[in-house]
Design a protein around this ligand. Structure first.
Ligand SMILES: *[C@@H]1O[C@H](CO)[C@@H](O)[C@H](O)[C@H]1NC(C)=O
Length: 150
């Protein structure tokens, strides 16, 4: 009986960990931006949002244009370059999005800095949520590689 209970607790924990992570629904990986251009970052959340509680996100644009010029040079969870947004994450439900799309999301309109170094760059995101009955703080990361031209 005790065994059964702890297995159920583990299953519940696994579910909530899954539910709290975010994905970058837009822009698409490989998108090219001009320095100074505005763009939309669509931060989406899959599945049920219970029992996790969203707190905040940080969105950065991190240049890979040094050394080899490749984004393989560093871990995007350990370096956030230019911070484009650091604030509340409050995704809302947008019913009627095309089938297969995630219906909970928040769009942020951000700007590539005018003087941003041309070349490959990460759009990297860190997302803070509270999860489970114990309100465990969890940080998850998501990133895509884009190109910035002058
Ligand atoms: C959010 O951004 C996506 C991708 O650009 C777009 O398809 C969608 O219509 C936007 N939703 C709202 C509510 O602005």
């Amino acid at each position: 009986m005790m065994m059964m209970k702890s297995m159920l607790a583990l299953a519940a924990l696994a579910t909530s960990v899954y539910a709290q992570s975010v994905t970058i629904a837009a822009p698409a990986a490989g998108t090219t931006f001009r320095a100074g251009q505005h763009f939309t970052v669509d931060i989406a959340e899959a599945g049920t949002r219970e029992p996790s509680q969203d707190v905040s996100v940080i969105v950065a644009l991190t240049s890979c244009a040094y050394g080899t010029g490749s984004c393989d040079q560093f871990d995007p969870t350990e370096m956030f370059g230019t911070i484009l947004y650091a604030g509340p994450y409050t995704p809302s439900h947008h019913a009627g999005t095309p089938a297969g799309d995630v219906e909970y999301y928040q769009n942020l309109t951000l700007k590539v800095p005018n003087n941003f170094t041309p070349g490959a760059a990460y759009v990297n995101i860190a997302h803070l949520a509270l999860t489970g009955a114990g309100n465990i703080p969890i940080l998850d990361f998501e990133n895509i590689i884009v190109t910035v031209k002058a």
